[in-house]
Design a protein around this ligand. Structure first.
Ligand SMILES: [Zn+2]
Length: 108
C-alpha cells in the first residue's frame, strides 16, 4: 500500500514539475508572439472564438454567429443565415480582449 502511495506521489510531483515547465515556456513564447496580452494575464483565460446569439436587423431571426477573438478588427460583415442580407457585427471587448457584447447593424 505504502509503495503505491509513494509512486502516486512521485507521479504527481513529476506531473506538477512538467506543468510548471510548460507554463514558463509557453508564456515566454506567447509573449514573444502576442505582445497584445497584458502581463500577468495568461492567454489561457481567453477563448480564440466565441459563439453568440444575435437578432438579424433585417428579418428579426435569431442567429448564432462565431466571433473570432484573435481578429484585431472589431467589426466584420456576415450574411444573415436566414434572409442572406449583409449584417455588420461589431464586437466589444474589454482591455484583456474578452468579449463583452456583439452589436449588429444593417449595412444599407
Ligand atoms: Zn435576416
Amino acid at each position: 500500500m505504502d509503495e503505491v502511495k509513494r509512486d502516486k506521489a512521485q507521479e504527481l510531483e513529476a506531473l506538477r514539475r512538467r506543468i510548471a515547465d510548460l507554463d514558463a515556456h509557453s508564456i515566454d513564447s506567447l509573449y514573444g508572439l502576442e505582445p497584445v496580452y497584458e502581463p500577468g494575464k495568461g492567454p489561457g483565460d481567453l477563448l480564440p472564438e466565441e459563439f453568440v446569439a444575435v437578432q438579424c436587423p433585417y428579418c428579426g431571426e435569431r442567429l448564432e454567429t462565431r466571433v473570432d477573438l484573435t481578429n484585431d478588427e472589431p467589426s466584420y460583415i456576415e450574411d444573415c443565415q436566414v434572409c442572406c442580407r449583409p449584417i455588420e457585427f461589431t464586437a466589444e471587448r474589454d482591455d484583456g480582449g474578452a468579449l463583452l457584447a456583439v452589436k449588429v447593424q444593417r449595412v444599407d
